[in-house]
Design a protein around this ligand. Structure first.
Ligand SMILES: Cc1cc2nc3c(=O)[nH]c(=O)nc-3n(C[C@H](O)[C@H](O)[C@H](O)COP(=O)(O)OP(=O)(O)OC[C@H]3O[C@@H](n4cnc5c(N)ncnc54)[C@H](O)[C@@H]3O)c2cc1C
Length: 411
C-alpha cells in the first residue's frame, strides 16, 4: 500500500534506498558495537566540552565510508565534484534516514553531507583555488566545515551582524564574533559572513561577504563550547576572530553579496529540518503505535481507548501533510524557483507537528516516555530546537505573511 501518489524519480528513490541500506549496514552496527560508549557522556565529550577523540574518529569514519560508497557527496553539485542530485533527493534521503534510524543511531547525521558541515551547493561559487585546495578533503569526508552567520547581537535579523572584514592589501582582516556555530568545535573550515561595506549592509542586506576560512588560521578561536539541555559538552560554539587574515581565493561568491549565499544556505537548512521533523515524527508515531497495542490498562490494550488512538491519528494526519509539503517545496527548488513561501510553510509546519508527534508519543508511553533508553527525549530535544534554528516559527510566519501581502497567494 502506498500513502503517496507522487512518484519520486528513479534516481531519487535509488539514492534514498541506497543510503538507507548504507545506514543499516554501517550505522546501526556501529551504534550496537559502541552502545556503552554512547551511553556515557564522559566518554563522548572531553574535559573541554568538545566531542572526544574517539567520537571524532567515529564521525570521520562514517563520513569517509559513506563518501567511498558514493552516498556522502551525492547531493553536492557536479561542478564541485559531487553526484549532482538535487533538493528532492536531499529531502527524501534525510527524511528516510531520520525515520529509520531515529535519534539513537545518530551517527547517521554524518552519512550524507550536511548543507553546513559538509560540502554543499552553498559552496557553488567558490574560487578555482578553493576548489583545488578545499573540496577534495570535504568530498572524501576527511574534513568538515561550519556556517558562521549568527552573532551575539544578530540572530533573526542577520543584517545586524557586526563582524567586519577590512581591506589589507589584496586580502582582508576579519574581526568579530559568532555564536551558535554548529560543528565549529571540530570543523576544519568555517564559512564566515562579515561586513565588507557597512553603508550597503545597513541599507539593503548587501555589503556582506562570505569567506571560506581554515579554522587553524591565526586569529580564529573557539572561545566557548555551548552546552544545550544539560549535556556536559556540545557541538555549538562561540567563535572569536582577531585580525584574521583572508586572501582573495577565500571569497565565496560575490564581494558584498554574501547575504544571497547565507539565505540559500538557510534554505537548504529548512529542507533538512523539514525532513528531520517528519522523519523523527514518523519514528516516534510508530513507536507509540507499537506501545499502545502492547500496553494494557483496565482490561484492554490502551490502543482500544480513543483517548490514546485519536491523538495518534491526528499526529499521522499532520505528518502526512508535512511530508507532502516538504516534497513539494523540494520539487519547486529543483525547478529553479525560490519557493520562499512554500519552504517557509513546510519548515514551520513540519517542526511544529513533528515536535507535537514526539510529545504525543511520550504521553502514550506514560512514564516510560521519559526514560533515556527509548530515545523519545532526544527526539523531543532535537525538534524543540529546530522551532528556533534555521529561522524561528515567528520569522517564517513573517516571511509567509510578507509573500501573501505582496500578492503571492497561490496555495
Ligand atoms: C541548536 C542551534 C544551532 C544553530 N546553529 C547555527 C549555525 O550553525 N550557524 C549560525 O549562523 N546560526 C546557528 N544558530 C542560530 C539560529 O540561526 C538563531 O538562533 C536564529 O536565527 C534565531 O536567532 P536568535 O536565537 O538570536 O533569536 P532572536 O532573533 O533574538 O529572536 C528572539 C525571539 O524573538 C522573535 N522575533 C524576532 N524578530 C521577530 C519579528 N519580527 N516578529 C516576531 N517575532 C520575532 C523570534 O522568533 C524569537 O522567538 C543555531 C541555533 C540553535 C538553537
Amino acid at each position: 500500500m502506498s500513502a503517496l501518489a507522487i512518484d519520486l524519480p528513479e534516481d531519487v528513490s535509488a539514492a534514498r534506498d541506497g543510503i538507507l541500506k548504507f545506514a543499516e549496514q554501517e550505522i546501526l552496527p556501529r551504534h550496537a558495537e559502541y552502545q556503552a560508549f554512547f551511553e556515557d557522556p564522559r566518554a563522548m565529550y572531553g574535559e573541554d566540552g568538545k566531542f572526544s577523540e574517539t567520537l571524532q574518529s567515529l564521525i570521520r569514519d562514517v563520513r569517509e565510508s559513506s563518501a567511498k560508497a558514493g552516498f556522502y557527496q551525492m547531493c553536492v553539485p557536479e561542478a564541485l565534484g559531487g553526484g549532482g542530485l538535487g533538493h528532492l533527493a536531499y529531502y527524501a534521503a534525510w527524511q528516510a534516514l531520520f525515520h529509520r534510524c531515529g535519534p539513537k543511531n545518530w551517527l547517521m547525521l554524518y552519512s550524507l553531507a550536511h548543507w553546513a558541515f559538509g560540502p554543499s551547493k552553498l559552496l557553488e561559487q567558490i574560487t578555482d583555488e578553493a576548489l583545488a585546495k578545499v573540496m577534495p578533503g570535504l568530498l572524501d569526508g576527511s574534513k568538515s566545515m561550519c556556517f558562521g552567520l549568527s552573532e551575539p547581537n544578530a540572530g533573526s535579523d542577520a543584517s545586524m551582524i557586526k563582524t567586519k572584514a577590512t581591506r589589507d592589501g589584496d586580502g582582508w582582516r576579519i574581526d568579530g564574533r559568532k555564536i551558535w556555530t554548529t560543528n565549529a568545535p571540530i570543523a576544519d573550515y568555517c564559512v564566515i559572513f562579515a561586513v565588507t561595506n557597512p553603508d550597503l549592509s545597513v541599507a539593503n542586506k548587501s555589503g556582506i561577504t562570505a569567506f571560506l576560512v581554515p579554522t587553524d588560521t591565526p586569529g580564529f578561536t573557539v572561545q566557548r563550547i555551548i552546552k544545550l539541555f544539560g549535556h556536559i559538552g556540545g557541538d555549538e560554539a562561540e567563535l572569536a576572530f582577531d585580525n584574521l587574515y583572508v586572501e582573495p581565493w577565500q571569497v565565496v561568491g560575490e564581494i558584498d553579496n554574501g547575504f544571497a549565499a547565507a539565505l540559500y544556505g538557510v534554505s537548504l537548512g529548512r529542507i533538512y529540518n523539514s525532513a528531520r521533523a517528519v522523519g523523527y515524527g514518523r519514528w516516534s508515531l510508530e513507536l507509540a503505535l507499537d506501545y499502545a497495542k502492547a500496553r494494557e490498562a483496565f482490561g484492554s490494550a490502551i490502543a482500544d481507548y480513543q483517548g490514546v488512538s485519536f491523538p495518534l491519528a491526528e499526529s499521522a494526519t499532520e505528518l502526512h501533510a508535512a511530508h507532502l509539503m516538504g516534497i513539494n517545496a523540494a520539487k519547486l527548488l529543483d525547478r529553479g524557483e525560490p519557493a520562499v513561501k512554500e519552504l517557509s510553510m513546510a519548515k514551520t509546519y513540519s517542526v511544529k507537528v513533528g515536535y507535537a508527534a514526539v510529545d504525543q508519543a511520550m504521553q502514550t508511553h506514560g512514564a516510560m516516555g521519559f526514560t533515556n533508553e527509548i530515545g523519545l527525549v532526544e527526539a523531543w530535544h532535537a525538534l524543540r530546537i529546530v522551532n528556533v534554528a534555521d529561522g524561528t516559527n515567528e520569522i517564517l510566519n513573517r516571511t509567509i505573511a510578507q509573500r501573501l501581502l505582496k500578492g503571492d497567494v497561490g496555495l
